[in-house]
Design a protein around this ligand. Sequence first.
Ligand code: ADP
Length: 486
Amino acid sequence: MPKSDLVLLAMDDEQILQLFERALTAVSYLVAIARDRPALDKALQESSPALVIISQNFNGADELEIAAGMLDRFPTQPVLLLLLKDSPAVVKKAINIGISDCLYAPLHIEEIVKTVENSIKRADRIGDWTRREVKRTTASLQHRLDELQKLDTIIDHIEDGVIIVDELSNLLSINPAARRAFGLWQEEEVKGKRVTDVLPNPDLKILLNESIHNPMPHNEIAFEDGRVLSAQCTPVPKIGMAITMQDITYLKQIDRLKNEFVHTVSHDLRSPLTAILGYVDLLDRVGPVNDQQREFIHRVQNSVQSITALVNDLLELGRIEAGFDSQKEVVPLDGIIRFTLETLGGQISDKKLNLHLNLPDEIPQMRGNPIRLRQMLDNLIGNAIKYTPENGEITIDLEVRNDQVIFRISDTGPGIPPGDQPHIFEKFYRASNVPKGVGGSGLGLAIVKSIVDNHQGRIWVDSLLGQGSTFTVVLPIYMQATAPHV
Ligand code: ADP
């Protein structure tokens, strides 16, 4: 088989050189000779030998040092060492620095050819494997790069705003939709800067603050021009957090129109209802009525009273949602709790309920709307009284922790089925197990939720069917300023 591989001989002993030259050319290797160091360096630079053979004491130098220097510059170059005297220490060092093989004197032609052939074959195999590995790794890196670029393109083109921040809330990425939403028109480099410095929006700040306690907070981000975004934080392991935002301005507008409609209708219903109630009340004063007529009058009065209560609740909800009473002042919480309990005390004793009050020694003041905070407590405690059967227990806890007031209102009522729990704060929703004869409009908790939202708080329910319910409200003592809502 013809071999045209080049073998470079770094040797200075003429006899040995001739022997090698003869042996290798006889089996069709090309042979180049370097008799000294400069010739060796030149040959290595100008050609790519398949194998270099360095003889011991080449040019009076340390052959291992020459080989090590060569492998430093050309790490994949196969190098063979020709040892003229047996020296296990040299062989050991040679293997350590990456020499392919060693040849030992006395030399035989067949042995020279066999060792050279083996070294070149092994080097070819390693070369093939390396090329295949490099190709495979490059292909896989390219694939990953393509995927990343695809992801970038998708994020850049989606209509929703996407902001990625690291664990210290520094910006890692912001897509064009988010840039447009926050009016970040210049293509200035914002990566690495604190997100709240680049996007100084109070609602965004609240959302990020909330993500410290709540793993997936949600908040609406309002802008002065009336736009509203619905924003959601999602933790991204080992990176930080992704904030995704959808423009819900049109939904807000529809909601506002609907609320205005409900408000107008409720308002217009109030006067005729008052008139009906007034005239019905007068009926038995203007002439004698029989028992059946009195019973009918009583039913009309009850019905008109529940419609009036519903209309009043709707008007209240409309006012709270429109943010008409967003003015906040310093509210003494002890006063509010006292007023509520005085108002509802009669109902508590009528039903022979046991009330447990766990209040701290010092009840703090907080920033809020006193009328609405009272309404919140009235509705929650009112529900506990309404739904708990006679002789039941009602417990009211107040705790102050980390600049937050925590109210817990527990009862031993019927509880709320798990399937109904996510919906009870929606307007007009009543759970499937409301006890017979217990009236209500399904608006009380919607009002409570709106009040809690207006105070930047949170509310949730824990309930076990047949055992009772606990409503927990967490309100910040010092509310943060927010952008005006539509
Ligand atoms: P309602 O006027 O029906 O009381 P709410 O909005 O106040 O309306 O409450 C919504 C629903 O949540 C109620 O209809 C009831 O099913 C359930 N609920 C509220 N509070 C309690 C409670 N303390 N115990 C049991 N169920 C409750």
